[in-house]
Design a protein around this ligand. Structure first.
Ligand code: CO
Length: 426
């Protein structure tokens, strides 16, 4: 178990942004003999075996076990993005001796958790190479900025009346001293990317918690890290796909990693976009199947939509439905919602529970309180977009959307075992 959590920690540390996450996943897949297919251009025989295609923060991969054109697929999907602070296009700010970087909040971040943390800058830079635009990953690796909270002496009521933050005013990080000058951030990005400053055209760059993942608890039973939502599921799904790769594998297992879940998924590489179905169509075409064959295969397929769930909070158990309080260390949860905020149907739930049981993994059930609005995830979008039976599954965590979240170390192992069974099951 200890080794499992360490592998997850290494993946999270190497993946400060969706672009990094898919780059790390691509390297792991290439290492295991998966063929990388071009985003543009026609796919041929090489799409028949274990292969993948990567575009920005999204990646689709399969294990090469498909036998016929109408074979049903076992799909496992997760999202690569996490809430955080994104740097604005004209970011050079500051006053009164402080250098600052103008940011915008990405997704439903718990704002207070971003205060007084060492922040690491990472993302991708669009570089003009002379005859085109090239995307270069950048990462400060260590902390370079911080959003300073007002001292208690200057905000006397904060503990009694609650912390109120205006994202336009209170979340701008400091990252140095002096007078701001236009081009400060651009030249910093150029130095990280190791390119001339004049070639930096634009960027998708943000701040994440710089603190490395860590084991906690008196016996190391807890694991704290940024971006557990949803890199925990991304990592487990990736390992499960790699594990399923074998000529004897009975299942056509497909891994789907998508970006922009935290902002609604309606983007070129999000779950609500056309990208994933385009990839499946191109794959089917390369494998000699018709579009009708693909539609038949999809009609018989099942998708696990993997995203974290809410573990019961010991200080606020009343925030959870009393009959659906997820126990940390109790295994993955299947998420249900009568109004389809989760896509799970009885059949999908039964399929997943069957696989989990075969691996000796206990399964819990999640259902949100009726008087608190329920979140959602990529499940309903995959179900609708692909017309595929979908089950929403997730590991219980605490502090979802905080800059640093908390999970039971044993749940990491249970999720991986359940996914391995899912991807390898007949
Ligand atoms: Co999520």
């Amino acid at each position: 178990m200890s080794e499992t959590v360490e592998r997850l920690g290494a993946f999270i540390s190497a993946s400060p942004t969706p672009f990094h996450a898919t780059a790390v996943a691509a390297a792991a897949l290439r290492d295991q003999g998966f063929e990388e297919l071009p985003v543009t251009g026609t796919w041929g025989e090489e799409a028949r075996g274990a292969a993948f295609v990567r575009r920005d923060g999204s990646l689709v991969a399969w294990n090469g076990a498909r036998r016929s054109a109408v074979d049903p697929m076992r799909i496992l999907g997760a999202h690569t993005d996490s809430p955080g602070l994104r740097i604005r296009p004209d970011p050079d700010a500051g006053r009164l001796g402080w250098l600052q970087v103008a940011v915008e909040v990405y997704g439903g971040a718990l704002w207070n958790s971003w205060l007084d943390r060492d922040l690491r800058l990472a993302g991708r830079v669009a570089v003009d190479s002379g005859d085109g635009v090239e995307s270069v990953l950048v990462d400060s690796v260590t902390g370079v900025a911080r959003v300073p909270q007002l001292a208690i002496h200057l905000d006397r009521e904060v503990n009694s009346t609650g912390l109120r933050l205006d994202p336009q005013v209170d979340l701008t990080p400091v990252w140095g001293l002096g007078e701001p000058a236009a081009g400060d951030l651009r030249s910093y990005l150029a130095s990280l990317a190791d390119v001339p400053v004049t070639s930096v055209r634009a960027w998708d760059v943000g701040f994440v918690d710089a603190q490395p993942p860590a084991r906690l608890g008196r016996d190391g039973s807890l694991f704290a890290a940024g971006r557990l939502d949803d890199l925990l599921c991304v990592w487990a799904a990736l390992e499960a796909l790699i594990g399923s790769r074998s000529t004897e594998a009975p299942t056509d297992a497909v891994l789907v990693l998508v970006d922009h879940e935290e902002v609604g998924s309606e983007t070129a590489t999000g779950a609500a976009g056309a990208w994933v179905s385009h990839v499946l169509e191109r794959r089917h075409d390369a494998l000699g199947g018709s579009r009708t064959d693909l539609l038949a295969a999809l009609a018989g397929s099942v998708c696990v939509s993997a995203d974290v769930a809410h573990a019961v909070h010991p200080n606020r158990p009343e925030r959870h439905d009393p009959r659906h309080q997820l126990v940390a260390g109790g295994g993955p949860a299947v998420k249900f919602n009568a109004n389809a905020r989760y896509a799970t149907t009885a059949v999908g739930a039964a399929e997943f529970e069957r696989c989990a049981e075969a691996a000796g993994v206990p399964v819990q059930h999640y259902s949100h309180r009726a008087d608190i609005p329920c979140g959602s995830t990529i499940g309903p979008l995959t179900a609708a977009g692909l017309g595929v039976e979908t089950v929403d599954v997730g590991t219980p965590i605490l502090s979802m959307h905080s800059a640093r979240e908390l999970v039971a170390a044993s749940d990491v192992d249970l999720l991986l075992r359940a996914f391995e069974s899912w991807m390898g099951a007949p």
